[in-house]
Design a protein around this ligand. Structure first.
Ligand SMILES: [Mn+2]
Length: 334
């Protein structure tokens, strides 16, 4: 049982807090930070949401009064220095805080990790509040609010709703539980406009995204009787499509929707040296073991890794490891 009262008690003694989440922020991390920003406001605590990398424009609706700021050493390093603590949401791994993490460590800021990822390494944080059974970190923020009888209003509800909606793939993924629906119901009763949030996130595709999609649909690789699909987004494709790194979000989920596909993998070439891999499973095969082998991590059916090295070698290494894992799991499922 997580001691949410303890966290609240500590928070009430603070004057300034840093709120952050992983690089390439998603709806869960940003939604939690947004909800916490409003809780802090009510408690007269100064707070800033500082992200390590740019968030994509589909989350603009969370950036009211420009409460979300991209880390800028000249502006934020000294601001962080005077903070009482940092609350980090949904991060999975401390390294995914990038420059924000460095500023926190160098300034010896007390850190609270609030997350639903099964983290292997939590020792970078001073306190860990982890619940791997939660569908979204947003579900945990809701618990924090309720356990402490914080006035739950539309402001916090927008963040909580966004977090749960995005991490459950709009209440479709296997992690969706009745609690998600109950919380969503309460958020909607508080005035959250669910269809507007949905449209903002999922019906705001850039032309760049659509052109990548049309290219990658011609270059899908199917293996293991079509159960395993993988694709590559290299720098050429990104340049041709005039795309930004946030434009590739969601493609792995999309490829998983293909009939017969159980596992989908995206190889995204960040630069000549680095490659990001996203792993998605429909639920028959657990993938985070494979991600961990390559220094990554995440959830059982949605995880990722970053690999340094030649992309061709990375592809052959990771696809062969994934195939082995699928075949092993097929064997033990018999
Ligand atoms: Mn999450």
């Amino acid at each position: 049982m997580i001691n949410w009262k303890n966290l609240h008690k500590k928070l009430s003694d603070m004057n300034r807090i840093v709120l952050s989440t992983h690089e390439n922020p998603d709806g869960d991390g940003l939604g939690c930070a947004y909800a916490m920003h409003h809780i802090a406001k009510k408690m007269k605590i100064e707070s800033k949401i500082i992200t390590a990398t740019k968030f994509s424009k589909q989350y603009n609706f969370l950036n009211q009064h420009n409460c979300i700021e991209l880390y800028d050493h000249d502006i934020h390093y000294n601001w962080i220095k005077d903070a009482d603590a940092a609350f980090i949401f949904d991060v999975g791994d401390f390294v995914r805080l990038r420059d924000v993490g460095r500023a926190l460590t160098e300034n010896k800021i007390y850190t609270f990790n609030i997350d639903h990822h099964p983290s292997l390494e939590n020792s970078f944080f001073n306190e860990n509040y982890v619940d791997t059974a939660a569908a979204a970190t947003g579900e945990m923020i809701y618990e924090f609010i309720k356990k402490n009888e914080i006035n739950f209003t539309k402001d916090e509800a927008i963040g909580v709703y966004t977090a749960i909606m995005t991490d459950t793939g709009s209440f479709r993924h296997s992690n969706t539980n009745s609690n998600c629906h109950k919380i969503a119901m309460e958020c909607i009763e508080l005035g959250v406009n669910s269809s507007r949030i949905y449209q903002s996130i999922y019906e705001n595709r850039s032309i760049a995204q659509v052109s990548i999609l049309s290219e990658l649909s011609k270059n899908l690789n199917f293996e293991l009787d079509g159960e395993f699909a993988w694709f590559v987004i290299d720098q050429d494709l990104m340049i041709k499509a005039k795309a930004h790194s946030s434009d590739v979000d969601g493609f792995t989920d999309f490829v998983r929707t293909i009939e017969g596909v159980e596992v989908s993998l995206m190889f995204y070439q960040i630069d000549n040296e680095n490659c990001r891999i996203n792993f998605r499973s429909k639920g028959s095969y657990v993938l985070n073991g494979v991600a961990q082998k390559f220094g990554g991590g995440g959830h059982k059916f949605a995880c990722g890794a970053k690999i340094q090295g030649n992309i061709k070698e990375t592809i052959s290494m990771v696809t062969s490891e994934t195939k082995d894992s699928i075949l092993n799991q097929r064997q033990s499922n018999l």
